[in-house]
Ligand binder design. Structure first.
Ligand SMILES: *Cc1c(COP(=O)(O)O)cnc(C)c1O
Length: 371
């Protein structure tokens, strides 16, 4: 079995045209490898132009972006932050970096993301400094409802758009609807710069401040003077060059990802107990990963193991933060929907380098479990 060609969940996919190497070569030709440089500046401008936002800052990771977004939103030690529970730990960890206190919010089945009803309930009990909403697997949270609630309580929204670059919610790009948006360019995301992230916002003053914090918070002085705590969170000119090249094929990748989703939906959507991840009529996802739930006798682990035996990678849906040993002592508001999605969910191989034959093979293996 081991000799079978490995199929990945989602791996880096450079452009056929070699755009990435072109931008990296430009940096070499100019002998400008670091610090910052042309690729960093242009990458910031190009992503901002693509998603339609005033300002942006390239950072070393999406996690760094969430950290500094929370700081820009004024979160300090002891403050409460409402955070979607069903997510990757990198959403919640920066709350702890700041010694703030997360209150985890449940998801709903309509979006898999933050439940507006649970959010409203949480506001009746707590006064948070910020709300951290996630767009899992490239699906949009219901931002109109969430924005309405947060505006009522005058609390800023941070969108963890690390998985949803290129997703449209009612015609607006993911990450541009709240006060701050964060993208990730980690190796397994839809666009990769080998690593890296970006924080975007229409609050230009805040982005300027984040640039200052992210480059060691050096005051305007001839000598090295610091009035604030700094971080070393910027990305190299080489990595940014890879990101610029990748941005050119983002729309193409979204189209390929959509095709993968539609294929799985056609092949697997009708199996007993199977429900594909929710794509709402107001949502134009980037389909980063195709996920589904199965409530029948075939469990997600059965699918995972059957694929694994054929050298094919899949993975469970994120385990909610309120069920994590590290975060177990924090409050949770909701009624178990995120737990239900976790228990029944699976992320299917969504690599854009897969061939039609690969996809057909995967579908056959999975359908075999229902026979
Ligand atoms: C990948 C990811 C992050 C973190 O991004 P990095 O660039 O890896 O730090 C944060 N939140 C979610 C939901 C992610 O999937």
């Amino acid at each position: 079995m081991i000799d079978k060609k490995r199929i990945y969940l989602c791996s880096p996919h450079m452009s056929d045209e070699g755009y990435e190497q072109l931008y990296v070569k430009e940096a070499f030709d100019a002998n400008w490898i670091a610090p910052m440089g042309e690729n960093v500046e242009q990458f910031e401008k190009e992503v901002a132009a693509k998603v339609g936002i005033k300002s942006s800052v390239v950072l070393s990771s999406g996690t760094a972006g969430i950290h500094l977004a929370l700081k820009a939103a004024g979160v300090q030690a002891g403050d409460i932050v409402f955070c979607q529970s069903l997510t990757f730990s990198a959403t919640a960890n920066p709350i702890i970096y700041l010694n703030a206190i997360p209150v985890f919010i449940d998801s709903d089945l309509e979006t898999w993301n933050m439940s507006p009803a649970a959010l409203e309930m949480a506001f009746e009990k707590y006064k948070p400094k910020a709300v951290l909403v996630v767009h899992l697997y490239g699906l949009s949270a219901d931002m109109d409802k969430i924005t309405e609630i947060c505006m009522k309580y005058n609390v800023p929204i941070i969108e963890d758009a690390c998985e949803s670059l290129g997703t449209l919610y009612k015609g607006h790009y993911s990450g541009t609807i709240g006060d701050y948006g964060v993208f990730s360019f980690n190796g397994n995301k839809i666009l990769t710069a080998s690593s890296g992230g970006m924080l975007v916002s229409n609050h230009e003053d805040k982005i300027a401040k984040v640039k200052f914090w992210a480059t060691q918070a050096r005051d305007q002085a001839r000598h090295y003077q610091h009035s604030e705590l700094g971080y070393n969170y910027r990305l190299s000119n080489i990595d940014a060059g890879i990101g610029r090249g990748q941005l050119k094929v983002l729309d193409k990748r979204i189209e390929q990802k959509r095709h993968i989703f539609e294929f799985y939906k056609k092949e697997l959507g009708g199996l007993a107990g199977v429900t594909m991840m929710p794509v709402n009529e107001w949502d134009k996802p980037n389909y980063w990963l195709t996920c589904m739930t199965t409530s029948g006798k075939v469990r997600p682990l059965d699918i995972l193991e059957a694929l694994e035996a054929e050298n094919i990678e899949s993975r469970p849906v994120w385990k909610p933060m309120h069920l994590q040993p590290f975060f177990g002592d924090y409050e949770f508001v909701g009624d178990g929907i995120s737990e239900q999605i976790f228990e029944n969910g699976i992320c299917l191989p969504s690599d854009t380098k897969m061939t039609v034959e690969d996809l057909e093979r995967i579908a056959e293996i999975i359908k075999g479990l229902w026979k």
